[in-house]
Design a protein around this ligand. Structure first.
Ligand SMILES: [Zn+2]
Length: 305
């Protein structure tokens, strides 16, 4: 990876060269995938329980650089039954961790013509800073409706009261930044939180379901309308997770449970043939899952534009 490219701020306006949004219809439900930018992260985080030679071989096969590469950061906006639902909120401001290309959500919502005041509900897959940070950007809370509902698993809020970082493998500075973002989010938005235990229907055909694993309250969002289905998997699935579902991602607080969650979800999605979108799959990250021997294969959707 060229550090020069990674540290160049994203240009805004009509000359921005990167694609930043992609629309999909799921029956009657409108889905807009919005890129919050990319996160340059060390490759060891792909599978810190994997043999380093196996990790290097996978990166080579994927034509990825050996030390660090840019992870996508996707956010989803859903419209169903008169509600406008933001699923996750991106990184927000760079918490001094050299992540200058993420945190584009607010600007990109505006360029998509989405007014923050039109958002009726926020659903959080979990409370890591790359999923809640956009709500902590200065001025954002003032633009949101006072009656905004923020749906998050009760187990997630509880976890961040005394988070366990003993099983993660993150670069220096990340645990503190994650703790502080989650704590700030919980205190700033406490009165707007709508907690659920296992499952909650946020809007017609929009169901958030707790999976645990990545974090104890990690949840996925299942969309269903007519015969169409789409699952937003949050951080249950990463790019490497199709070939190596048992590799432990450095951000997983309970990596063994996270691997079980991943295998269960990918097996189910392969059986139903429904569409998958996930936070850190390459933008726009719409695709399907196939079983491939004792692992899986990601089948990207053909772009429709
Ligand atoms: Zn994430």
């Amino acid at each position: 990876m060229s550090l020069d490219i990674a540290s160049t701020p994203v240009r805004s306006g009509p000359d921005e060269l990167v694609p930043s949004r992609y629309a999909v219809k799921v029956g009657e439900i409108d889905v807009l995938i919005i890129s919050d930018g990319v996160l340059p992260l060390p490759t060891k985080m792909l599978g810190h329980n994997a043999d380093s030679a196996a990790r290097a071989a996978w990166l080579k096969e994927m034509f990825l650089p050996p030390d660090a590469f840019d992870w996508s950061l996707n956010v989803v906006l859903v419209r169903s039954g008169g509600q406008t639902i933001l699923i996750d909120a991106g990184l927000g401001l760079d918490p001094d961790l050299n992540l200058p290309r993420a945190g584009q959500l607010v600007k990109r919502l505006a360029s998509a013509g989405v007014d923050l005041a039109s958002v009726t509900d926020v659903v959080l897959t979990h409370m890591h800073m790359d999923h809640v940070g956009g709500l902590l950007v200065e001025g954002v809370k003032d633009q949101l409706r006072p009656d905004l509902r923020i749906h998050v698993a009760a187990a997630e809020v509880k976890f961040w009261e005394a988070p366990d970082f003993t099983q993660v493998d993150m670069p220096q500075g990340f645990p503190d930044a994650l703790r502080s973002a989650a704590t700030r989010f919980a205190s700033e938005y406490r009165s707007q939180l709508r907690l659920f235990d296992e499952e909650h229907e946020v809007a017609p055909g929009v169901v958030v379901r707790r999976t645990g694993g990545h974090t104890p309250g990690h949840s996925v969002v299942r969309l269903a309308s007519g015969n169409d289905r789409l699952t937003f998997a949050g951080d249950a699935v990463f790019t490497v997770g199709f070939d190596h579902p048992d590799w432990h991602n450095g951000f997983e607080h309970d990596p063994e449970e996270a691997a079980r969650v991943r295998v269960r979800l990918l097996t189910e999605l392969a059986a139903t043939g429904e569409q998958l979108v996930a936070t850190h799959l390459p933008f726009p990250s719409v695709g399907r899952v196939a079983v491939d021997g004792d692992a899986f294969r990601w089948v990207p959707a053909y772009w429709d534009y």
